[in-house]
Design a protein around this ligand. Structure first.
Ligand SMILES: C[S@@+](CC[C@H](N)C(=O)[O-])C[C@H]1O[C@@H](n2cnc3c(N)ncnc32)[C@H](O)[C@@H]1O
Length: 274
């Protein structure tokens, strides 16, 4: 567990719940649910396999900071919205580096009847567990939702991108990226090396913080494009109650329909990063 993780038992089942800011359920989970809802009809065309994959799955329930409110975490919220329209996911894969969080998430999903398979481990390793279980003729939706950019090794995206029909929603920790760029340039190794290999060759130390971040993100977009996926230019800024952007949610996909549906999912907020 990271020192900053705050965990409390959910009174409903006694299992751990992660304490999170209001924006997690009001913004992040809303966008994911809206995208699942918007893409439901497209998903029905895939009889072989329709999967949901969350390699940073958490506990499955969250408690909203400064309140007594407990709500579904990402995987539970995704499963329940899909359940409202029967047949949305045929397979549900969850993984997390923390065994206790994953056990809670797995138990909660099972209780809801989800066809869950789970694996403890770092996402760069559990990607090798999940990919062989994904049908090339299936439609897959993956959420990559790490605490910080360094946990999101680019190899994960490279491996998932091998599937012909996969959409990946990525939590892009722009604040974390901005904080780490300048310090990363002064040392031999940085967590950002995992996130965007080769970034040191394109980001110049003398430019402004914003220019460095922009060059960094453009480099990451270029890496994604080399896998055959496109990064939708509609990036959703997840904001806290003080209106500060905490991170961006973005969609990686191959199909123009996926981008169209992502825009619909984000339509109650239409700002662009670039
Ligand atoms: C932001 S939380 C995930 C929240 C969840 N996706 C949701 O929407 O409710 C990040 C999770 O990543 C896990 N984690 C941290 N480092 C990891 C790694 N390298 N690989 C996989 N999971 C990791 C943490 O234990 C934590 O549960």
């Amino acid at each position: 567990m990271k020192a900053k993780d705050k965990i409390v038992p959910d009174p409903i089942d006694g299992l751990p719940a992660m304490v999170v800011g209001r924006w997690v359920t009001e913004e992040k989970h809303q966008i994911i649910k809206r995208y699942i809802d918007a893409s439901w009809a497209a998903r029905q065309k895939f009889n072989s396999q329709r999967t949901y994959i969350d390699l940073f799955a958490g506990t499955g329930r969250v408690k909203i900071k400064h309140t007594q409110t407990f709500l579904d975490g990402g995987p539970l919220a995704a499963w329940r919205i899909a359940q409202q329209k029967r047949g949305a996911f045929s397979d549900f894969f969850v993984a997390d580096a923390h065994p206790g969080y994953l056990a809670a998430c797995d138990a909660r999903l099972r209780k809801c009847g989800a066809p869950v398979r789970s694996c403890v481990g770092r996402a760069d390793l559990t990607a090798d567990w999940v990919v062989p279980q994904l049908s090339k003729s299936g439609l897959h939706l993956a959420l990559l939702d790490p605490f910080n950019a360094g946990h999101l090794h680019f190899s994960i995206i490279r491996k998932l991108a091998k599937l012909p029909s996969i959409d990946i929603v990525v939590h892009l920790s722009t604040g974390d990226i901005q904080r780490n760029i300048a310090s990363g340039l002064q040392v031999q190794q940085s967590p950002l090396d995992n996130f965007a290999p080769g970034w040191r060759d394109v980001v110049r130390a003398q430019s402004s913080k914003q220019a460095m971040r922009s060059a960094f993100v453009q480099h990451w977009i270029h890496l994604v494009e080399q896998t055959g996926l496109q990064v939708c230019d509609m990036m959703y800024p997840v904001r806290n109650s003080k209106e500060s952007t905490m991170y961006w949610l973005c969609l990686l996909s191959r199909h123009p329909l996926a981008e169209k549906l992502w825009r619909i999912a984000c339509q109650f907020e239409t700002r662009r990063l670039f």
